[in-house]
Design a protein around this ligand. Structure first.
Ligand SMILES: Cc1ncc(COP(=O)(O)O)c(C=O)c1O
Length: 360
């Protein structure tokens, strides 16, 4: 077992060791098949069983009703920025976007290629350090789009916004998917790149209500229509088999943690500990407003960029990697996804206290 250090990276991010070990064991031979997981045909029995199991576990964990499809796509969350409007928006229609950070801005840019974008709310005035309290909706939005967790700015919606009746609610949940229970029926479409809470990069999970699948224009390129994936169980072409396999292992691991309620408890404990210290009036302070804080990405600063840099360097030497904040916020960002171990939070707190004592 190589020496693993604490990886606070925002993504790709830390995965559970037992999942990595199981994947490693199946690289050369999946069970006793004599063929490694990456080498199995996506049409063969062995892979198909894993594919179906991953979907079944996903449905079970999140309580996904039967009128929703679970799809495994490629192209990352960024392709969903385009696929959502290509399928659901067109010239003459308006979509409402809640702008709470760089990712929702990017999603809105892609939507503008297809139709009109109405900004239902924005927190840009204070560098996205909060989640706006309310929205002003356009007259008849084709859909409303929001980013549940703002990876860069360390903010998170406490609950899904209430879109007007019958307006499909669409969520980019890339950085907090399956970190807490989800009321699926509130959403029309949820998407997430896997590389934070669900596995390796290269596979994107899409949970979509069946009426939306049919709304996409049939003239769109085949690979850009949701129906292509829905009709063929994500097996129209070769899917990202290894990523889907690992996602299945992650789902099993989440189940063992007590399901989504179990991981939520653990996530609250981890982030809560860190925020309590940040609120204690020491050298470090949080950047996000208290009512908008993320459980996944905890952003903080000292207020002095050179001290921040020094701390990141000291922490790295102590085996705490990936703490440098995004350039648009500065300071530090501790990403504490589902698989991040609680002991890593303790180690970070120890490093912070030590640094504070030495800087006093
Ligand atoms: C909230 C959010 N949305 C979208 C993306 C872009 O994801 P991808 O790199 O899978 O396209 C990221 C990446 O970090 C993200 O955090």
């Amino acid at each position: 077992m190589p020496n693993r250090i604490y990886n606070f990276s925002a993504g790709p991010a830390v995965l559970p060791v037992e999942v990595l070990a199981e994947a490693r064991d199946n690289l050369l031979s999946l069970g006793d098949t004599g063929i490694g997981i990456m080498e199995h045909s996506h049409r063969g029995k062995a892979y198909m069983a894993l594919h179906e199991e991953a979907e079944a576990l996903c449905r079970e964990l999140a309580g996904i009703p039967s009128n929703y499809h679970v799809l495994f796509l490629q192209g990352g969350a960024s392709l969903q920025f385009s696929m959502v409007p290509m399928n659901l928006l067109k010239s003459g229609l308006t979509a409402d976007y809640l702008i709470t950070g760089a990712w929702s801005q990017k999603a809105a840019i892609e939507a503008r290629r297809c139709g009109t974008v109405h900004v239902a709310c924005t927190s840009e005035d204070r560098n996205f350090c909060y989640i706006p309290k309310g929205c002003t909706w356009s007259a008849a939005p084709a859909y409303a789009h929001f980013t549940s967790n703002n990876t860069i700015f360390g903010t998170q919606f406490a609950k899904a916004p209430d879109a007007p009746a019958n307006v499909p609610l669409i969520c980019d949940a890339s950085s907090d998917i399956f970190s807490r229970p989800l009321e699926i029926s509130k959403y029309a479409l949820i998407y997430a790149g896997a590389q934070k809470n669900l596995g390796p990069s290269g596979v994107t999970l899409v949970i979509i209500r069946d009426d939306l699948v049919e709304r996409g224009p049939k003239e769109l390129a085949t690979m850009l229509q949701y129906r292509t994936y829905a009709e063929d169980h994500s097996l129209y072409n070769t899917p990202p088999t290894f990523g889907i396999y690992v996602m299945g292992l992650i789902f099993k691991w989440i189940k063992k943690q007590g399901g989504l309620a179990g991981v939520e408890r653990a996530n609250r404990d981890k982030a809560g500990k860190l925020y309590r210290h940040l609120d204690s009036g020491g050298l470090f302070r949080p950047t996000a407003d208290a009512d908008s804080r993320s459980m996944m990405n905890v952003t903080f600063v000292t207020g002095d960029a050179s001290l921040d840099e020094k701390f990141v360097g000291v922490a790295k030497k102590a085996g705490l990697d990936g703490l440098k904040g995004h350039r648009s916020v500065g300071g530090m960002r501790a990403s504490l996804y589902n698989a991040f171990p609680p002991a890593g939070v303790d180690a970070l707190l120890e490093a912070m206290r030590d640094f504070e004592a030495k800087s006093a």
